[in-house]
Design a binder for this molecule. Structure first.
Ligand SMILES: NC(=O)c1ccc[n+]([C@@H]2O[C@H](COP(=O)([O-])OP(=O)(O)OC[C@H]3O[C@@H](n4cnc5c(N)ncnc54)[C@H](OP(=O)(O)O)[C@@H]3O)[C@@H](O)[C@H]2O)c1
Length: 324
């Protein structure tokens, strides 16, 4: 089978290789999946650069999620071959992948492959974080940095459904009208506007209740100043690769909370009822098309360098998928 591997950390376009490997056999509790599609997410790119929360074992496979058809069952797995499933596990950028049966979600017929390929990483994070933000409909504001990301676009749509008011930051204005059309209430360009002054104006001086930050660096430092009394910043990404500067005076005298969020830990931390509720909400919102996850382009495994370069292009509206 054809698969993607890398033997050293580095720039994905330079080091990812398309190679032939024997078909893998599922172990106890595992299934083999014939992969249909898999997205290129920032976490995949960070993993290839050895900047992620789990470390590659070289030569390492790549790609953390996807959709495919169960093709073989390991010992003790009570599922049927032929079932279309969304899955997580290292090695999704491949013709065949191995996944634990607990990391599978059977996909309803109404859901397209392009959506099912992206079912775990961003949607689960969005639903979990909007809940953890504690922002209630009609009360306060939720601020999203890099709101043109797949996460941001989805969070905007979910907040609109729930009646939660959103302020989003961008670094270019090209997508502002589209983001507003999704339901974003206010947009701030971090390159051309004073974020703190704009938030003060929008919120009548109160500040926002919660910031979901994926950028870090100067954007996160400024976003912290936008929090009102008792506000919370949930940090879940570091797109700028720069640590923010924390104004400790603000943290003390506004009694702010700064906390990290990692989906992998959230899945372990919450009880199975919460996980199931989130899964049901994600599946029904995506299968019904109430929340959209656009795709900009698809590439095959031989085009992996082109695919990762496209995923790093500015002003993208949709995800880049790898389709073996
Ligand atoms: N902690 C978790 O469990 C978890 C789970 C899911 C996602 N995430 C994180 O969520 C973030 C978004 O993921 P995604 O899949 O939604 O991303 P995505 O669709 O690939 O979009 C990336 C977006 O970030 C913007 N961006 C990139 N670098 C930036 C910078 N230095 N400053 C400001 N904006 C920047 C891009 O804007 P331009 O068009 O201007 O380049 C683009 O809009 C990532 O950091 C990812 O790691 C974390």
């Amino acid at each position: 089978m054809k698969t993607i591997v890398f033997e050293t950390p580095g720039k994905p376009a330079d080091i990812l290789q398309t190679v032939e490997r024997p078909l893998p056999e599922p172990g106890p509790g595992e299934v083999r999946i014939k992969v249909i599609a898999s997205p290129i997410n920032p976490s995949d790119v960070m993993f290839v650069q050895n900047l992620y929360g789990i470390r590659p074992q070289y030569p390492s496979p790549a790609g953390f999620e996807g959709v495919g058809i169960i093709d073989a069952l390991g010992e003790g797995v009570g599922m049927k071959t032929g079932t279309r499933v969304s899955f997580t596990g290292v090695g999704a950028w491949s013709e065949y992948a191995i996944a634990n049966h607990r990391a599978l979600i059977p996909v309803p017929d109404a859901m397209t492959d392009d959506v099912a390929a992206q079912l775990f990483v961003n949607p689960f994070t969005v639903f979990a974080m909007v809940e953890e933000s504690g922002v209630k409909p009609g009360e306060g504001w939720l601020m999203l940095t890099a709101c043109g990301s797949a996460f941001g676009k989805m969070a905007i749509q979910l907040c609109k459904q729930k009646g939660i008011q959103t302020i989003g930051t961008v670094r270019r204005d090209d997508l502002n009208n589209d983001l507003k059309a999704l339901g974003l209430n206010e947009v701030i360009n971090t390159e051309t506007e004073n974020m703190v002054a704009r938030v003060k104006e929008i919120t009548g001086g109160k500040g926002v209740s919660c910031v979901l930050d994926a950028v870090g660096g100067h954007t996160a430092s400024e976003a912290l100043k936008c929090l009102g009394k008792g506000g919370t910043m949930l940090i879940f990404g570091l797109l700028s690769l720069q640590d923010p500067t924390i104004n400790v005076g603000l943290v003390i005298f506004r009694e702010l909370t700064i906390r990290g969020f990692w989906l992998t830990d959230w899945m372990r931390r919450v009880d199975s009822k919460t996980r199931q509720e989130v899964a049901q909400n994600v599946i029904s919102s995506l299968a019904s098309g109430q929340i959209q996850l656009p795709v900009e382009a698809s590439y095959n495994l031989d085009q992996i360098a082109e695919a990762v370069k496209h995923s790093e292009r500015h002003g993208r509206w949709g995800k880049i998928l790898v389709k073996p």
